[in-house]
Design a protein around this ligand. Structure first.
Ligand code: ZN
Length: 184
């Protein structure tokens, strides 16, 4: 006989976020494609010791980031305009405080990604990263599928990487707090 009421029926938050992003028989996928640009500690040849930035805004090696970086594609879920006001190193703690009054900021956003996206999350919670990572939004077609070859539609600066802990204290997912980078 089928046991409809098992003793233990834990919800696995890693599994749930995966289902939200990629879909499941009871869920329509809500994830979107992004490119994560992770900064390394290695300064680019264009690095300017005085300003801490680049001397060459469109440097051919780093694209003006002043540090070398790697890029990888991830599926994440983004909520725009609901992020609180963040500062680097401060942890996010909820929704934009004045959202109830109608004040939301489309240049701030909160993103959720899977537990394996930032294996080095201590780099962000006790910050040692020299420059914020960047998140590019990728264009999708009418059905939500990624347009190939990829087209980047927006650039966000990752102000915080907040690990959300759950079962056994492990990281279940990450909350990213973002600020739009206006690229002139
Ligand atoms: Zn450079």
């Amino acid at each position: 006989m089928t046991n409809y009421y098992p003793d233990l029926q834990n919800i696995d938050l890693r599994e749930e976020l995966h289902a939200i992003l990629f879909g499941r028989v009871d869920l329509v996928a809500q994830g979107r494609p992004f490119i994560l640009r992770k900064m390394t500690d290695t300064k680019c040849v264009c690095f300017d010791e005085v300003s801490g930035g680049t001397k060459v805004p469109n440097c051919r090696y780093c694209g003006g980031e002043a540090y070398y970086w790697t890029e990888q594609e991830f599926t994440m879920w983004m909520a725009q305009g609901v992020a609180p006001v963040y500062k680097p190193g401060f942890l996010a703690s909820g929704q934009y405080p004045q959202a109830g009054l109608g004040y939301t900021d489309p240049n701030r956003a909160t993103c959720y990604c899977e537990y394996n996206v930032f294996p080095d999350w201590e780099r962000y919670t006790l910050p040692t990263n020299p420059s914020p990572d960047k998140l590019y939004v990728l264009k999708v077609d009418d059905n939500g599928n990624k347009v190939v070859p990829v087209i980047r539609t927006a650039k966000w600066k990752i102000m915080n990487v907040v690990p959300m802990h759950g079962d056994f204290g492990r990281v279940e997912f990450f909350e990213l707090t973002l600020e739009k980078e206006i690229v002139a």
